[in-house]
Ligand binder design. Structure first.
Ligand code: F6R
Length: 613
């Protein structure tokens, strides 16, 4: 989603802004822009499309090179107004002296805009952000300093924001503020960075300050002040920059997604490293900061998340019930936050998010906290808002996920949730030998994934059958149900082929009407309880002439006669069975999208981190 990169200090500004923006490209965007303060005026360049187009624009405009001082940059993912130069950020004040970049949504922008228009303001864009630039300008015109003008303007807005603001009249100053949208300050030796993501400045800063909601930072070349919206000074402790967040490399792969699919054995190995205790048949998850007695007092679990993380949550809920016998349910985060859900003091809410910044999951976390639940996070990005606000949880340690389509995060989330199920189970009825079995199953995951990846050539061939289709169904039951949902999501988001994930039994309650010879069905059919029922469902699909691609367990003698194509994955325990099946689905989606010539790492309309609701 939108990205912010700003800098104030003693280095040439524009190359640093461009470098920061390039590192944020993976988040998904449709236009970009920068502004620098130069000799009492602002120099602004914007363009639609990739950063390369912005670089061309800068070259054509001239006058940006060699400038040292202060500047802000932005990659925009359109919310209010279509992607064009007018709507790209930075947005300017009417006099062109104040520039604002903004992530998030100003919810009361329409009424603020109307009030400003009544006073004679003329707007040049369709964005909610321009309202903020005009409000700040009004305060500046009333004689307030830039930091105070920003403070006063922010008190008028409702909604979410991460913003960076500069004023041509105050070139030794940058103001940054956040509420509901991540914003960080990178403290370097030659200047200070402001960014929505640590990767934007990782090589230039050794320390990072994560701004809290309601913080307004005034950054000068030699000083940093942070205060709240109530104008109270606060101190925020800098943390070390995580070097793993460095500039992403494709490592010889054609796409980040393919690289990330192939690094999954290593990612899972990192997820489980040091966390399994084979002798005790349990897991050690220090980040939960919970004693056995506290774990044993959890009486029900709600898992909440969005998209792929939500599907991992379904598999997690099944494991919690199977091994820990704790009633567990998964709730889509946007539903949870608005539905006034029942949360009791013995409820544990598990918030699952790769980015740790997803707006709905964050809001669900806060709602659960307000209601007194024990909140545990399962995040990948270290120091992300959900992880920090939950205060306790388990990091995936999957390494940065750059491809917009989530891959290794899903596998590592399912792995972490299984380790949590094991730990919770061992505080209850799960015996040491049963726990040891589960430890062995989890330890086998890297190898299981490695062996599945060896099927890539076969999957590439099968992808050719799918690539020409317009619609497809993915079906599964039990632990294969979340695998079906995830497989369909992967296919639709990167290949733009319409795919529906359905419970295998649910298909005949309506969607079966759509089956025909040009509508393939991908059957998630690992040999787990309920398998024979899935075979029956496959028969139903064949009877409607749908070509069937099955993902089945090696040694399954029944499936070949029923399916047109079979991808065999290694056998494994039921609770981890979505893992090899999803790896096969990731490769299938990847190769379909590649055959169709789609931009796999940055699919249209999608953002890596969905920070608006
Ligand atoms: C799909 C995908 C999304 C995310 C969802 C939640 O490939 O990436 O569905 O899973 O936006 O994101 P996180 O996990 O960052 O909260």
């Amino acid at each position: 989603m939108c990205g912010i990169a700003g800098f104030i200090g003693e280095r040439e500004t524009v190359p640093l802004l461009l470098q920061g923006l390039k590192r944020l490209e993976y988040r998904g965007y449709d236009s970009s822009g920068i502004a620098i303060a130069d000799d009492g005026a602002l120099r602004v360049a914007k363009s639609v499309g990739k950063i390369a187009a912005l670089e061309d624009k800068l070259a054509a405009l001239g006058g940006f090179a060699g400038k040292t001082g202060v500047g802000i940059g932005h990659t925009r993912w359109a919310t209010h107004g279509e992607p064009n130069e007018r709507n790209a950020h930075p947005q300017l004040s009417p006099d062109g002296l104040v520039a604002v970049v903004h992530n998030g949504i100003i919810e009361n922008h329409a009424s603020l805009r109307a009030a400003l228009e009544a006073k004679g303001h003329v707007f040049k864009s369709d964005t909610d952000t321009e309202v903020l630039a005009h409000l700040i300008a009004e305060e500046r015109d009333a004689g307030f300093s830039l930091p105070d003008a920003v403070l006063h303007a922010l008190r008028l807005v409702s909604g979410t924001y991460g913003i960076a603001v500069i004023d041509a009249r105050e070139p030794s100053l940058l103001v940054a503020a956040r509420k509901g949208s991540p914003l960080l300050l990178g403290l370097g030796t030659y200047g200070t960075f402001v960014a929505s993501d640590v990767s934007a400045f990782v090589s230039g800063a050794r320390k990072v300050i994560y701004l809290e909601d309601g913080d307004i930072a005034t950054v000068r070349r030699d000083r940093l002040d942070i205060r709240t919206l109530d104008d109270v000074r606060v101190a925020r402790t800098p943390a070390a920059v995580d070097p793993a967040a460095g500039a992403p490399e494709k490592g010889g792969y054609e796409h980040f997604m393919l690289k990330e699919i192939h690094e999954q054995p290593e990612a899972i190995a990192n997820t489980i490293r040091g966390r399994l205790l084979p002798l005790d048949g349990t897991a050690k998850l220090a980040g939960l900061q919970l004693e056995a007695r506290e774990l044993a007092s959890i009486e029900n679990i709600v898992l909440t998340a969005c998209g792929t993380s939500y599907y991992a949550g379904i598999a997690g809920a099944y494991a919690f019930e199977q091994f820990a016998l704790i009633p567990s349910r998964v709730e889509q985060a946007a539903e949870f936050r608005y539905r006034n859900p029942i949360v009791r003091p013995d409820t544990a809410l598990v918030a699952i998010s790769q980015s740790g910044e997803t707006a709905d999951t964050l809001a669900a976390t806060r709602e659960a906290k307000r209601k007194g639940a024990l909140v545990l996070s399962v995040c990948n990005v270290v120091g992300s808002t959900i992880a920090r606000e939950a205060g306790r949880g388990v990091y995936l340690h999957a390494g940065p996920e750059i491809g917009v389509a989530s891959t290794k995060a899903f596998l590592c989330q399912v792995t972490v949730l299984n380790m949590m199920a094991l730990l919770l189970g061992r505080t209850r009825q799960l015996s040491n030998p049963e726990g040891t079995e589960m430890v062995k199953a989890i330890e086998s995951l890297p190898e299981l994934v490695r062996r599945t990846l060896e099927k890539e050539d076969e999957i590439r061939r099968i992808a050719e059958r799918l690539a020409g289709a317009k619609d497809a169904f993915y079906i599964g039951r039990g632990y294969m149900y979340p695998a079906a949902l995830e497989g369909a999501l992967k296919l639709k988001e990167i290949s733009y082929l319409h795919a529906e994930g359905y419970h295998a039994a649910e298909l005949k309650h309506g969607p079966i009407a759509l089956l025909a010879e040009d509508v393939p069905v991908v059957a998630c059919a690992a040999k787990i309880p309920g398998h024979e029922k899935t075979l029956g469902n496959i028969q139903e699909c064949r009877a409607r002439k749908s070509p069937v691609i099955a993902i089945a367990t090696e040694g399954d003698g029944d499936i070949e006669a029923l399916a047109d194509e079979v991808v065999y994955v290694p056998p494994c325990a039921e609770n981890i069975s979505p893992i090899p099946v999803v790896v096969a689905e990731q490769l299938l989606a990847y190769h379909v999208a590649r055959l169709r010539g789609e931009p796999i790492d940055q699919p249209r309309n999608l953002a890596k981190s969905v920070t608006v609701e």
